[in-house]
Write a protein that binds this ligand. Structure first.
Ligand SMILES: [Zn+2]
Length: 180
């Protein structure tokens, strides 16, 4: 693994793994607090011995979809040094927004600039994807993390002609639930 793989992330490593990375912070994946256990990945609390494997090892039931995390695992992390180059024009999208879309986009852009959370909620066909572009652009300029709920938008952001490639490279992290 590269050292940059740990920047700003909680990487699961089995406690038995011989990984010599002296500058990496190691956290127990599951902390004990009396009769309760606390998952340091998803920040959920649950009772001891409520969710355990046949060998008695406890695991977190709340973030199983990201891989089972047990009390024998460690999370390795390093602070994000944010060494990305500043990009003043990260998006190449040339579309036009209607006046109402522009008004909404401006509010979202201002929220992104001050790292404020927001929810964009509108009917299908209202242009939510395009309304998000100025806010996403602002977040990229400020080298902020931007969390998107819609996978399609994440893929759109990472494909021509939305991003001014090769000036910007986005890292996409997502979870695709399986239909039961
Ligand atoms: Zn968890």
């Amino acid at each position: 693994m590269k050292i940059s793989d740990f920047y700003g992330r909680l990487v699961t490593v089995q406690a038995t793994t011989d990984l010599t990375l002296p500058q990496v912070t190691k956290l127990p994946a599951i902390k004990t607090n009396g009769k309760l256990l606390y998952c340091q990945r998803c920040q959920q609390t649950f009772s001891k011995k409520q969710f355990h494997l046949p060998n008695g090892v406890d695991y977190c039931p709340y973030c199983l979809q990201f891989g089972r995390l047990t009390s024998h695992d460690l999370l390795y992390t390093l602070p994000e040094p944010n060494l990305f180059p500043i990009n003043e024009q990260p998006l190449s999208w040339q579309g036009k927004l209607s006046p109402l879309q522009q008004k909404c986009a401006q509010v979202l852009k201002e929220q992104a600039a001050i790292k404020k959370e927001f929810l964009l909620w509108a009917v299908t066909g209202a242009g939510k994807t395009e309304i998000m572009f100025p806010a996403i652009s602002e977040a990229i300029k400020k080298k902020n993390v931007f969390v998107l709920q819609r996978l399609e938008l994440m893929f759109a952001m990472n494909s021509f002609p939305v991003c001014s490639k090769p000036l910007i490279e986005l890292q996409l992290f997502y979870y695709m639930p399986t239909v039961q």
